[in-house]
Design a protein around this ligand. Structure first.
Ligand code: DG2
Length: 249
C-alpha cells in the first residue's frame, strides 16, 4: 500500500505567536486568525482529496484546537485520535513567557539564534516555581521523571522518535492517511529525521502555521520526494515571517 501518506500540520497562530512570546509548553489558545488558518488547512486537505484516517496530536490545546477545526472543515471529526506529550512543542526553558524581540535585544543575535535554532544548545532551565512551569500540570502526571525543564532540538527528537516508531509508523504501515498536528519545533525535529537534514542545515528550516505539509513515504519510511505544502506561496511567506520573528515590533 505504499506510498504511505503523512500530513504534518503546525497549529494556527496562537495568542503568544501573536504577542511574539516564547511559548514552548505553556498552554495558550488559538487567536481568531489561528482558527481561520486551521479551517483553511482543513479545506485544503479536502480540496486535495487528502482525507485523514487517523489523527495524532500533542497534549497542547493549540494543536488540539487546530486538529478539531481542520477536521471539521474536512468533515472528518470522527476519526480516531491519539495524543502524546512526545509531540509537544520543544520546552523553551527559562525563555517561556519572554518577548522574542526583547530577548534578541538583550542577548544579541548570536545567542538568540543559538537558543532558537541551534541543534543542541538548550536555553537555561525553567525554575519549577515559575508561573510558566508545567511541573504541577495534571496532564503530565504520567510522564514522571521525564518532564523537561528545557530542551534543545536534539532532545526533542530523542523523545519524539519513540512515539514516531511505536504509534505513527504502525498507522502508516496499515495504509492509513495520517495527520499529525503539532508545533514549529517538534515538526522541525520530525522533518529533520524524515529528510535526513544535517544538524547545521536544520537551523534555516522554519515551519509556517496552519498549512498542511504532505509527505509520500516509501516502504523504508523515507520520503519519495520533498514534503509539499498545499499552499506553497503562503507557506514560503509564513516560514519567512517565522524566521524573522525576533526582529518584529
Ligand atoms: C513556538 C516556536 O512554538 O517558536 O514555542 O514560541 O509552534 O508552538 O508556536 P509553537 C514557541 P520559535 O522556535 O519559532 O521561536
Amino acid at each position: 500500500t505504499e506510498p504511505y501518506t503523512l500530513i504534518l500540520l503546525r497549529h494556527g497562530q496562537s495568542e503568544w505567536n501573536q504577542l511574539n512570546l516564547f511559548t514552548g509548553w505553556v498552554d495558550v489558545r488559538l487567536t481568531e486568525q489561528g482558527k481561520n488558518e486551521a479551517r483553511r488547512g482543513g479545506e485544503l486537505l479536502a480540496e486535495a482529496g487528502l482525507l485523514p484516517d487517523v489523527l495524532h496530536t500533542s497534549l497542547l490545546s493549540r494543536a488540539i484546537q487546530t486538529a478539531n477545526i481542520a477536521l471539521d472543515a474536512a468533515d472528518r471529526l470522527w476519526i480516531p485520535v491519539t495524543r502524546s506529550w512526545r509531540l509537544n512543542e520543544r520546552h523553551y526553558g527559562a525563555l517561556q513567557g519572554k518577548d522574542k524581540a526583547q530577548t534578541l535585544e538583550e542577548f544579541g543575535p548570536e545567542q538568540f539564534q543559538l537558543w532558537r535554532r541551534s541543534f543542541d544548545v538548550p536555553p537555561p532551565p525553567l525554575d519549577d516555581a515559575s508561573e510558566f512551569s508545567q511541573v504541577n500540570d495534571v496532564r503530565y502526571a504520567g510522564i514522571d521523571g521525564e518532564l523537561p525543564r528545557t530542551e534543545s532540538l536534539s532532545l526533542v527528537i530523542d523523545r519524539l522518535l519513540p512515539y514516531w516508531d511505536s504509534a505513527i509508523v504502525p498507522d502508516l504501515q496499515e495504509g492509513k492517511t495520517v495527520l499529525v498536528t503539532a508545533h514549529g519545533n517538534s515538526l522541525r525535529g520530525l522533518v529533520k529525521h524524515l529528510e535526513g537534514i544535517s544538524d547545521d542545515d536544520i537551523a534555516s528550516l522554519n515551519i509556517p502555521t496552519g498549512i498542511p505539509l504532505v509527505y509520500r513515504l516509501g516502504a523504508d519510511l523515507k520520503p519519495l520526494g520533498p514534503g509539499e505544502y498545499l499552499d506553497p506561496e503562503a507557506a514560503a511567506a509564513g516560514a519567512a515571517a517565522v524566521a524573522n520573528q525576533g526582529a518584529k515590533h
